[in-house]
Write a protein that binds this ligand. Structure first.
Ligand SMILES: [Zn+2]
Length: 546
């Protein structure tokens, strides 16, 4: 909902602002209409609410005469959908447009979906949700809540309305800074959710037939088999959203009530971040610069999917990107364009794999080699070999901690003595949500972290410090957070750690040794960022344990 409108509402009822904020936050979390939710609570006079909505959108209110005696076009629409979004078709205008009563004009996607399903341009008037629902019940009395005839108009992937709806979903997802779009057939509706700052939220629910149309369209665009609805498929497509190119990686799979898909949005040309501006502490930056100044060795950024390790890797490489150095990269996909670096995208279909590209790179004798990810034994072997023969090799690995990267590489077949000689630095990381600066609450509390963590940041247990908590306001969609920042652990492989690696030590032993040499663990770096007011202790704990 537009913040301006919510502000107007809160100004009308200052004494109920807290209660209204809570209702708005709950509705936003559930993906429900905020106007309907506010109306239902009775906190606001319904006539006044309706007047505010109509005035804000400069539209008329529905009057008693507008309501039809018989259902208009309801056959073409799912009643569950109309009820859920409090939308009622009123009449077809002389110019062929469809007039709708809507309780919440901000639900533009749902309103547009009605236009798409009925193949008509729509006009809207404001009405209270209560009135709309009463009229839906009056017009369709035979339908009790529960099973009802689903809207089954055949929708094909190339149908223009589905094309428009998919474009709108992409556009809304990009505007919300979403990283993923989830489409899933549920029991009664087909749900479209987006992931923003790591959290899923509902964007829209549409009838099943329209959901199938969307999936068909997505499959056509990404070269997948449209008829295959049971087996999982993976594909790629490129799309343009708001004048920016995106690579979209698609996975489809079947679920209890039909089919589902996850679309990961990768901006085609993401802005490179300077190493100094992605959230490393002074000490960690110094450790990283030291390893980057060496002419050979292996540097690894590690973390789970979506932990920001590719961003760190690109920043490390761009730090090395000077004219006298020859830098090559092999990636899947190329997420950041780095000027002056020769970047290759893997293409297994024509024989370009991480391993085959690496072998041909070695003949070109580069100074720096960036490997997007070490996924298989062969890539690991060649990467380690390259780092032992005078090349600086930078890569990412999928593990949960810096120390875990070492044991993982040994598991993947690297001889411990070779790893001890080649490995120079491991960066472990996660993304935590940043507290909204407009509403964060400051609290005096004793930090909920272990003695070991507190000591790394120079603190003592039992002493209260000033920390911050999320609250929620109109600037942060009531979540209390806005944007994300990385927390890190930066492990320099010194002589003591080399010795432990040769002895095949466990990841716990490796981590304890690193901490005794001055490494701050992920949680300790997270605690430092709590003290700086960037994030909250519960967010650090949630992310570090996830
Ligand atoms: Zn806020």
């Amino acid at each position: 909902m537009a913040n301006v409108f919510a502000d107007t509402l809160l100004k009308q009822y200052p004494e109920r602002a807290d209660a209204l904020c809570a209702v708005i936050a709950e509705a936003e979390r559930e993906g429900e209409s905020i106007v309907s939710a506010v109306e239902r609570t009775g906190l606001v006079d319904p006539a006044l609410l309706l007047g505010l909505v109509a005035k804000y959108h400069q539209i008329d209110c529905v009057v008693a005469d507008d309501y039809p005696l018989d259902a208009v076009l309801i056959d073409g629409l799912s009643l569950a959908f109309l009820r859920m979004h409090s939308i009622l078709p009123l009449k077809i205008m002389p110019d062929g447009k469809l007039l709708l009563a809507v309780a919440d004009p901000w639900q533009t996607l749902a309103i547009e979906a009605v236009g798409i399903a009925t193949k008509r341009k729509v006009l809207i008037k404001a009405a209270s949700a209560r009135n709309i629902l009463d009229h839906i019940d009056r017009l369709a009395p035979e339908v009790v809540s529960g099973e009802e005839p689903e809207f089954e108009r055949e929708v094909f992937g190339q149908d223009p309305p589905v094309v428009e709806l998919l474009n709108r979903i992409f556009s809304d997802a990009a505007n919300a800074r979403a990283t993923d779009i989830h489409l899933e057939a549920e029991r009664r509706v087909f749900a479209i959710r987006i992931r923003v700052d790591g959290m899923l939220r509902l964007l829209l629910q549409v009838p099943h037939a329209m959901g199938r149309g969307l999936l068909a369209r997505i499959k056509i665009l990404s070269g997948l088999n449209v008829a295959e609805r049971r087996l999982s498929q993976d594909g790629n497509m490129r799309t343009r959203i708001h004048a920016s190119d995106y690579d979209v990686r698609i996975t489809t799979f079947s679920v209890t009530h039909g089919e589902a898909a996850v679309l990961r949005l990768l901006p085609g040309s993401r802005n490179l971040m300077r190493l100094s501006s992605i959230g490393f502490s002074e000490g960690d930056l110094f450790r990283i610069q030291s390893s980057l100044s060496l002419s050979s060795g292996l540097i690894i950024a590690t973390g789970p999917t979506g932990s920001g390790k590719t961003t760190s890797l690109a920043s490390l490489v761009s730090e090395l990107n000077t004219p006298e150095r020859k830098i090559v990269s092999i990636e899947d996909p190329v997420e950041y364009q780095i000027p002056g670096v020769s970047q290759t995208q893997i293409r297994p279909d024509i024989g370009i794999t991480f391993a085959s590209a690496l072998r041909s790179f070695m003949r070109a004798d580069p100074d720096v080699i960036m490997i997007g990810e070490m996924r298989d034994k062969e890539t690991v072997q060649i990467g380690v070999q390259a780092s032992l023969t005078g090349h600086l090799v930078l890569t990412t690995l999928h593990t949960t901690s810096a120390s875990g990267a070492i044991t993982r590489l040994v598991d993947m077949g690297v001889e411990p003595f070779l790893l001890a000689s080649s490995l120079s630095l491991v960066i472990g990381q996660r993304l935590v949500r940043v507290l909204c600066p407009h509403c964060r609450d400051s609290v005096e509390m004793s930090p909920p972290f272990s003695e070991m963590v507190l000591r790394q940041v120079g603190g003592k247990s039992g002493r209260a410090v000033r920390l911050f908590r999320p609250k929620g306001c109109l600037h942060c969609s009531q979540t209390g957070y806005r944007g994300r920042v990385a927390i890190f652990e930066v492990m320099t492989i010194d002589a003591k750690l080399q010795e432990l690696i040769r002895l095949n030590a466990s990841s716990q032993e490796l981590e304890a040794m690193a901490v005794s040499s001055g490494m701050k663990t992920l949680i300790a770096d997270g605690y430092a960022k709590c003290l700086a007011g960037l994030t909250s202790p519960e967010e650090v704990i949630r992310v570090a344990n996830g």
